[in-house]
Design a protein around this ligand. Structure first.
Ligand SMILES: Nc1ncnc2c1ncn2[C@@H]1O[C@H](COP(=O)(O)OP(=O)(O)OP(=O)(O)O)[C@@H](O)[C@H]1O
Ligand SMILES: [Mg+2]
Length: 265
């Protein structure tokens, strides 16, 4: 009785994770002793140099690749293969060009036992959530990049994952659409109460969205620092705290160079 009603623990735990690849008979060490715990409903961003292993880490969390050493678990369960509990949004929306937006989103439903009508109703709900109602019958090529990304987010959310991984999802968008998408993802995060783990190259985006920001070192990627952002949302991008964190993160990346940081804020 208890067990059935007990709330499942969905904390994401990454413990002493190492990942290497064999490349041309050489060992390429990509991740070294990565440790991170992400609580249920937390919004965490990862920033780091290109090639430091961020996408690799997401693939491990997703269960697409095995860890070389260490352990990744969600609650009590070790991640060994992809599961319904973890969803992913990629840099490009990766929609099927030959299917309508509604069909693309419906594809993400994990409960295949639902009736046709139930699936349709669920698809409608998620299209509404990402503000794509009215575009059910359109094809991906008929949508803008931002709209396609929103369809990709709806497809990931409709599978009802506990944890949503977002790998540079807004990288290809213009600055204004990107800011709109940031507001929308925050809205979705509030409504859907998911754990979100976002990779971004945009420092402002990380500060605007996250409870914590993880700074990774260059390859082999290790966690260099974790910064907690305390201020209430929606955040003012020009506030003193915002600029202070921004400057701190820039210093982590550019610290040893002679670039004048004052220029960047
Ligand atoms: N399947 C693979 N086989 C061999 N090497 C790989 C594989 N996947 C990733 N790598 C290597 O691991 C390193 C990290 O790659 P990864 O894609 O995780 O970087 P990243 O931090 O996401 O970079 P970016 O910010 O440019 O997306 C790179 O040197 C890459 O070449
Ligand atoms: Mg990447």
């Amino acid at each position: 009785m208890e067990a059935g009603n007990a709330k499942r623990n969905k904390e994401l735990q990454i413990r002493h994770v190492y990942k290497s690849f064999r490349v041309d008979a050489e060992n390429l060490e990509v991740l070294r002793d990565v440790n991170l715990e992400i609580g249920e409903g937390e919004f965490v961003s990862i920033v780091g140099f290109s090639g430091c292993g961020k996408s690799t880490l997401l693939r491990l969390i997703m269960g697409l690749d095995p860890v070389t050493e260490g352990q990744i678990s969600i609650g009590e369960n070790e991640v060994k293969k992809p599961s319904r509990e973890v969803g992913m949004v990629f840099q490009e929306a990766r929609l099927f060009p030959w299917s309508s937006i509604a069909k693309n989103v419906e594809f993400g439903i994990s409960d295949k036992s639902l009736s046709k009508q139930e699936k349709k109703e669920m698809t409608r709900k998620y299209l509404e959530l990402v503000k794509l109602n009215g575009f059910e019958d359109a094809f991906p090529a008929q949508l803008s990049g931002g709209m396609q990304q929103r369809a990709g987010i709806a497809r990931a959310l409709i599978g009802n994952p506990d944890i949503l991984l977002l790998d540079e999802p807004f990288g290809a968008l213009d600055a204004f659409t990107r800011i709109n998408m940031q507001n929308e993802i925050l809205d979705i995060w509030r409504k859907e109460n998911k754990t979100m783990l976002l990779i971004t190259h945009d420092i402002d985006e990380a500060i605007f969205l996250s409870d914590r920001i993880v700074i990774m070192s260059e390859r082999p990627g290790t966690i260099q620092e974790v910064i907690r952002v305390e201020s209430a949302r929606p955040r003012d991008r020009g506030s003193e705290e915002f600029l202070k964190i921004r400057k701190h993160i820039l210093k982590c990346f550019l610290g040893s160079s002679d670039i004048d940081l004052e220029y960047y804020i």
